[in-house]
Design a protein around this ligand. Structure first.
Ligand code: FAD
Length: 291
């Protein structure tokens, strides 16, 4: 298949991109790694009249520490994040997540900004960004604003990004002391989109009472799903195997409403959620005690 005809722009500054977005808005699409957009254009599921290629904008490619936080430019490739020592020091949950995304060839091209903006409910990065309480910088010709990950993902492939806005930067706060993390997923083959995945942050005090729990699931709803009931089952309680079992049961029965499709039934996804969350909580707890 070939895409429908489109006009192509390859600007070299963010200001030029924002001017093009202001002019073309709804008719335009940003081209980042192209790993999701190009297939949908080839199948004519997307037919943008204007394509704005941001691969030449050097200051969208960066990984750095700023005021104790991890800051990442939207065009940073998955592979760069996977191999970055700055990422593994400040956001080890992100390092653990990256190898689960597709295959190396796709990770060489795909970008963090593209994955977040695309908001596929089966994608790893939206769930991990929510678990890490990341913020996203959205710029338009008239203003720039920071949006919390918890306000950004709205529905199936729907986000807070407006047609005239570009996602330019991602900020990830460093983990507080005695906070552990874990990312787990199950896919039919390594590199496939996951049947279910979970990204976990868990903090405990010196008595191993749970002081923070941020549990996010993927592939079980229209976007990344926060396990609110599971979190309540842990907060203020001992991080015991019994309470982790209760949290996993609450997640599977109350927090998620997974779809059935050709890959897995809804019941099987609930079962996987329970098993994966239990494993992830145990790993996060062990790490929290040493952090
Ligand atoms: C075979 C295959 C398997 C894959 N498996 C997985 C997987 O297991 N897990 C997973 O998470 N992903 C998977 N992907 C998708 C891959 O991770 C993509 O990298 C990602 O979805 C999109 O990133 P991209 O940079 O390629 O974005 P693009 O495809 O270029 O863009 C995606 C969308 O985001 C918009 N966009 C991009 N950047 C910006 C920006 N800075 N500001 C505003 N809008 C923007 C585009 O306009 C477009 O609508 C797979 C892809 C393929 C082809």
């Amino acid at each position: 298949m070939k895409p429908a005809p489109f006009k192509y722009f390859a600007p070299s500054t963010v200001d030029e991109v924002l001017a093009l977005l202001a002019e073309h808005g709804f008719d335009a699409k940003i081209l980042a790694g192209g790993q999701s957009l190009i297939p949908t254009m080839n199948f004519r599921l997307a037919q943008p009249a204007v394509l704005i290629d941001i691969n030449r904008i050097e200051n969208l490619f960066f990984v750095r520490e700023e005021a104790g936080e991890l800051r990442v430019g939207a065009m940073t490739r998955h592979r760069t994040l996977e191999r970055s020592s700055t990422v593994s020091r400040l956001a080890p949950l992100l390092t653990e997540t990256m190898p689960n995304i597709a295959h190396p060839q796709i990770r060489n091209r795909g970008t963090i900004g593209g994955s977040i903006a695309h908001a596929d409910p089966a994608a790893e990065l939206p769930a991990t960004m929510l678990a890490l309480r990341a913020r996203f910088k959205l710029a338009s010709a008239s203003e720039a604003r920071w949006v919390e990950a918890s306000d950004f993902f709205i529905d199936l492939f729907m986000t807070e990004l407006q047609p005239e806005e570009l996602l330019t930067e991602i900020a990830v706060p460093a983990l507080p002391k005695r906070t552990g993390f874990a990312f787990k997923e199950i896919a039919r083959r390594h590199g496939d989109y996951a049947l279910v995945g979970v990204a976990v942050l868990l903090a405990v005090d010196e008595e191993n009472i749970c002081t923070d729990a941020n549990l996010v699931f993927m592939s079980v709803g229209n976007g990344p799903v926060v396990g609110e009931q599971a979190q309540q089952a842990l907060l203020g309680k001992k991080a015991s195997a019994e309470n982790m079992d209760l949290a996993a049961a609450a997640a599977a029965s109350e927090d998620i409403d997974p779809p059935s499709d050709m890959h897995a039934s809804s019941d099987f996804r609930r079962h996987l959620t329970k098993v994966l969350l239990k494993e992830a909580l145990q790993t996060a707890f062990e790490r929290a005690q040493k952090a």
